[in-house]
Design a protein around this ligand. Structure first.
Ligand code: NDP
Length: 449
């Protein structure tokens, strides 16, 4: 049995109740076969694959807090510190009722390779809680965040582990967590990224994931002799990544015609009005139905069930899934291909199922996975860490131009890695291989730790 198959069996036997984690490990290890086969003896002896699929540590803790009615609530907190071979652990905090250990481990595992691809010195980790921020008052959010940090502070630090935002964790939540960390540790340091601009945040961090996704997509199109001008784009989600992806796509001359949230989706053939979207989502914190109510050209569709991903049935040139994991399945991939989609680039983490990915690739769609395509967020978080370390703030233009350079560099790194191992055009394999090689070289140099 090959070394990859052997380790896949071991990982499955050890983590039978973690489907998302197994999905991520299966996807990564399968695509690493050419590199692993070329170095099988050495990697097997050093147990490289066993070590890279086992987190350094997994922390789980109780998060008690008191709601506005005086009732005590209890959530579960997580931090998985996956691999710090190339730098301090770095990865977001997800606050969503669906959060469990499998999801945090899958995200932490993917983060190791993504962070490596940015070329910046950051290891991989992820955290979160099953706390649902929706419908909570500011006071309740603060109580939760303070309680969460009262345990988490023991494990993080500017040179140890630097969490950031993710689903459900935006500037408000990061602010409350940072305040509590500072209070407990009496230390003003860059322990979290995504901070507000008045206390160590970086310009362009809010826009970074969505903008970065478009910088990479533009380079992909350019290298296939196409431009963004006049292209029709479908985006899912309507949160941070989706909003700024829509904004940058329109700045590049494309027309974004869809968005979604967990209750419904919209089709706006005139092109999304980004100012209205921000007003509805960022200021009023309302549902997408309110966008449609205020915009005559937009159709609103209620979501029939969890598998209704209506946005992928619209005829577009480029699809950018920016909501959550497994939101683009095989049927959606078939609909996209039937409608002549050219490129699919993932803004979210693992939004495309394995079968859908294979179908898109087999049908000649240029497919770039989240590890490469959404790395602009964490790259800019690392730039925030650099600014905090030198106690300086860079201009928006400086950060944005570094981001653009990083995303163009990532596209070429994954393209080159795919070509080097005889997989031209397979950007999923290219991303995994390029990210993996750097981490493994560092692990080997640092001995058995
Ligand atoms: P937000 O919380 O800002 O937005 C998430 C969006 O996805 C919302 O529109 C939300 O709808 C929708 N959504 C979330 N969960 C579900 C679900 N189970 N079913 C359907 N829709 C859902 O998060 P972000 O924009 O920050 O993150 C989106 C994705 O991008 C995630 O996969 C995240 O891990 C990834 N990512 C984010 C980065 C960042 O910098 N923010 C960096 C790299 C990756 P609703 O409001 O109804 O819940």
């Amino acid at each position: 049995m090959s070394y990859v198959d052997e380790v896949l069996e071991k990982v499955k036997a050890k983590n039978p109740d973690q489907p998302e984690f197994l999905q991520a490990v299966t996807e990564v290890l399968n695509s690493l076969r050419p590199v692993v086969d070329a170095n099988e003896e050495q990697y097997r002896k050093l147990a490289i694959l066993e070590r890279i699929t086992e987190p350094d540590r997994q922390i789980m803790f109780r998060v008690p807090w008191v709601d506005d009615k005086g009732q005590v609530q209890v959530n579960r907190g997580y931090r998985v510190q996956f691999n710090n071979a190339i730098g301090p652990y770095k990865g977001g905090i997800r606050l969503h009722p669906s959060v469990n250990l499998s999801i945090i481990k899958f995200l932490g595992f993917e983060q190791v390779f993504k962070n490596s691809l940015t070329t910046l010195p950051i290891g991989g980790g992820k955290g979160g809680s099953d706390f649902d921020p929706k419908g909570k008052s500011d006071n309740e959010i603060m109580k939760f965040c303070q309680s969460f940090m009262t345990e988490l502070y023991k494990y993080i630090g500017a040179d140890t582990d630097v969490p950031a935002g993710d689903i459900g964790t935006g500037a408000r939540e990061i602010g409350f967590m940072f305040g509590q960390y500072k209070r407990i540790r009496d230390l003003y340091e860059g322990v979290l990224t995504g901070k507000g601009l008045t206390y160590g945040g970086s310009l362009a961090r809010t826009e970074a994931t969505g903008y970065g996704l478009l910088y990479l997509t533009q380079e992909l199109m350019k290298c296939h002799g196409e431009s963004m001008e006049g292209k029709l784009v479908a985006i899912s989600g309507s949160g941070n990544v989706a909003t700024y992806a829509a904004q940058k796509a329109q700045q590049m001359g494309a027309k974004v015609v869809t968005l979604s949230d967990s209750t419904g989706w919209i089709y706006d053939p005139e092109g999304i009005d980004v100012a209205l979207l921000k007003e509805v989502k960022e200021v009023k914190r309302a549902r997408l139905s309110e966008y449609a109510a205020a915009r005559p050209s937009a159709e609103y569709h209620d979501k029939k069930d969890a598998n209704d991903h209506g946005v992928w049935n619209i005829k577009v040139d480029i699809a950018l899934p920016c909501a959550t994991q497994n939101e683009l399945n095989l049927d959606d991939a078939k609909a996209l291909v039937a409608n002549g989609v050219k490129a699919v680039c993932e803004g979210a983490n693992m939004p495309t199922t394995l079968e859908a990915t294979e179908y898109l690739q087999a049908n000649g769609v240029w497919f770039v996975g989240g590890k490469a395509a959404n790395a602009g967020g964490v790259a800019t978080s690392a730039l925030e860490m650099s600014q905090n370390s030198e106690r300086l703030s860079w201009s928006f233009e400086e950060v944005d131009s570094k981001l653009q350079g990083i995303m163009v560099g990532i596209y070429h790194a994954i393209d080159d890695a795919a070509k080097k191992y005889g997989k031209e055009g397979d950007y999923v394999a290219g991303a995994n291989i390029a990210g993996f090689e750097k981490v493994v070289n560092a692990m080997i140099a640092q001995g058995v730790v």
